[in-house]
Structures are given as C-alpha cells and as structure tokens.
Write a protein that binds this ligand. Sequence first.
Ligand code: SF4
Ligand code: SF4
Length: 84
Amino acid sequence: MTVYLININNDCNECMECVEVCQTGILTEDFINMVKSKINSTESPDKILFRKYAPECTYCESCESVCGQEAIWIINLNPECEEL
Ligand code: SF4
Ligand code: SF4
C-alpha cells in the first residue's frame, strides 16, 4: 500500500486554502489548527516540522499547489516507486 507523509512547517498562516482543495478530507480546519498549536507550543517553532502519515492521501498535490506559503508538502513513502 502506498503511504504518504504530510509535512507542514511554521510558515503556515492558517489561511485554510489547502483545506478547501483537499478532496479526501484529511486536511481540515481542526487539523491545521492542531498542527499550528503543536508547532507553536515548542521552544523553536521555526525549526519544527509537523509530520503525519496519511494513507488516505491520493497525492493529488492540490494542497502543495494552492499553498502560497509553501508550508505544506507531501512525500511518497512507497519504496517501489522511483522518483525521476
Ligand atoms: S494552504 Fe498553506 S498556509 Fe494555508 S493553511 Fe494550508 S498549509 Fe497553511
Ligand atoms: S495531496 Fe491531495 S489528498 Fe493529499 S493532503 Fe494534499 S490535497 Fe489532500
């Protein structure tokens, strides 16, 4: 099974644009708010990266495309899939 890893850093300004375009429902306002809250509760928020395994993600990359902050990106963890 292909699994993807969602990465979000502190450049996220909670605009919720990614929430609007995520068709699988993984990205929600509650999720983004939780991520920012967790990042901001650390001693060095700008050095913290939030990561979450997301088997539901379809790797549509809509969130990456819409994010003006370039604060979210997806990594494909499928070991059989080579990137060119
Ligand atoms: S689109 Fe980018 S800046 Fe906006 S909520 Fe999503 S990750 Fe944060
Ligand atoms: S790549 Fe697509 S399905 Fe995955 S989190 Fe981003 S918008 Fe949602």
